[in-house]
Design a protein around this ligand. Structure first.
Ligand code: DQA
Length: 137
């Protein structure tokens, strides 16, 4: 099984920003734990703060069994990322570390969910692992 973990805007600041919401571990530390869970061969990681680069990463994901996507704030307004997801055959699971439904009003709306296989949120770094596990079912 090959999984592509894509993190969008501001996720590179994980461990440094809003630690009470996203935890104290850096994205590299979280990715290390994901590799420990699934194995090195089955995981690839990509992070970008640029919307178009996220679209390109999704378009180039042929050969992966699934994409685990935390698009960050892009989730709430990026029709470009939504169209990229809809344009490929690779299934995408949307993830969020925080429970977006228990936060500000604007976070309750995702323009991506409709074109994703499923959504997992609220489990901190384990949201990524739960999303990856879903591809084993
Ligand atoms: C997030 C939730 C988003 O609303 C926010 O903009 C993020 C992170 C999460 O992982 O909880 O940057 O996707």
């Amino acid at each position: 099984m090959r999984l592509l973990f894509i993190n969008g805007v501001n996720l590179n600041m994980t461990g440094l920003r809003e630690k009470d919401v996203y935890g104290a571990q850096t994205l590299d530390e979280i990715n290390y734990e994901i590799v420990e869970h699934f194995s090195e061969d089955s995981c690839e990681f990509y992070q970008s703060n640029n919307e178009g680069d996220i679209c390109t990463a999704i378009q180039c994901a042929e050969g992966f069994d699934g994409i685990i996507l935390n698009a960050g704030a892009f989730t709430h307004y990026s029709y470009a990322i939504r169209d990229a997801i809809a344009s490929v055959g690779t299934p995408v699971v949307e993830v969020h570390m925080s429970n977006v439904h228990a936060r500000e009003e604007f976070r309750k709306k995702s323009v991506l969910s409709e074109v994703c296989k499923g959504v997992i949120c609220g489990f901190g770094k384990n949201s990524y692992i739960l999303a990856g596990e879903s591809f084993k079912l």
